[in-house]
Design a protein around this ligand. Sequence first.
Ligand SMILES: [Zn+2]
Length: 197
Amino acid sequence: MGKRTNKTRPNLVPHPRYGSAPRPSGIAIPEAEIRNGYWRLGHDEIYPETVLLADTSRQDFSIYPRRYYVDVLRHCRQCGRDFLFFAREQKYWFETLRFNVDADCVHCPECRRQTQTVRRRLRRYSDLRRKPDITRKELMHLVDDAAFLLTHGVLRDLNVLGQIKNRALREIAEYPGVQLLARLLEKARATEATTKA
Ligand SMILES: [Zn+2]
């Protein structure tokens, strides 16, 4: 049986809506009963005072439904930090969005948001790269996205990024983002040279 501690964990990644502390629900159900309510909860750190009753008729499950939702501690697969997968969030996932009940939350709220930002900027970057004519404003976006995506390890073709930088130097040299991209590229090239040596 997993041990449960009531001490507050200082390093929980906060959820934008629910914060970073367990949210008591006012419902009292014994911990053992909660753990029996879903096979996967056997060893997880849970907070029984947060329990919510599930409406299993709204769930998508093959054999075992989730009879309760309870705040549960999770470790982010991407950044390794702890976060809470909240009972309320689970209710939304499994009854409103109707995700399969065996789905689990493996990324913390910050990493989830960052992934969405990366996706959005990569889409804009790709769109702008395909456009035959782009405005000065769009070139600024392209420069910013290139710098952002390079920093996040999404773009690795330094020659393509170099072409964007050179074009920006010709057309919008006064834009501060161009200097930033130039510095990032220099650093990336230096790193690449060290790795190859
Ligand atoms: Zn994370």
